[in-house]
Write a protein that binds this ligand. Sequence first.
Ligand code: ADP
Ligand code: MG
Length: 292
Amino acid sequence: ATPMSIMTATGRGAHAGVLIKEAAALERFASVDTLIVDKTGTLTEGRPKLTDVFAAGGIAENELLALAAALEKGSEHPLAEAIVEGAVERGVTVADAGDFEAVTGKGVSGTVAGSKVALGNAAMMADLGVDTVSISAQADALRGEGKTAMFVAVGGVLAGLVAVADPVKPTTAAAIGALHDSGLRIIMATGDNERTARAIAGKLGIDEVRAGLLPEQKGALVEELRAKGAGVAMAGDGVNDAPALAAADVGIAMGTGADVAVESAGITLVKGDLNGIVRARTLARATIRNIR
Ligand code: ADP
Ligand code: MG
């Protein structure tokens, strides 16, 4: 690469909201054939809203929501904010939790009003030995609508579930189309449930879905595809995306996301939508043409 063409590209990129930390990353982005995208906050708004509360085993709905919200006050996850806001909107008083613990990619636990409470996905419940089978049909129905369903356990017994919906960004579908046209295979990688992930991916025409991934497993997916000879770009916004962003040939951070995501990426998009990736791909290819 000539210094001049890279400088021009860097300047043009900045103008288009594409910040290039590492010039070589932009060049590599011209030739990758695979793009992995995180779901929450990258394809979707990342500002989910509480949609459903389903109580099982005798507890009142608002009581269930109060316990869930008390725990989530201690979490910075977008899902947590949705649950706390939803509780407040429904006029539920949100207490403080003790012994708060967050398990990355799984959920949260703590003590609320003297009871051990846990909230999270099926893996979280499995770790705690809580059986979710009695309400798995309800959970699956909500996931089929693209919602994220989270189980609540009180005193080690299943007490119900809460669900949130996170709308897809209005720019996502068209950007996915343009990225396909530029020759990229697009894979969704998410910590969320398979059914939820497939409901959203199906609407967007995404080629492949890898769901239920922990942060290290997102990184391992990048390694697996690279080992098979793919050139891999990864786009994400969260703390849980940092290992994958660092492992990819090109890491693309949504600038609206976590600092550690930005630190792990060679390219950062100022605006948090996929159109920035389309612009980066166009710029990368133009740069390569000028160099050759
Ligand atoms: P993504 O890859 O979509 O950004 P995460 O890896 O952050 O998702 O989370 C994966 C799953 O773990 C969530 O869909 C949710 O079921 C569960 N989870 C994570 N954090 C929390 C939390 N604070 N409260 C409840 N559930 C959580
Ligand atoms: Mg995310």
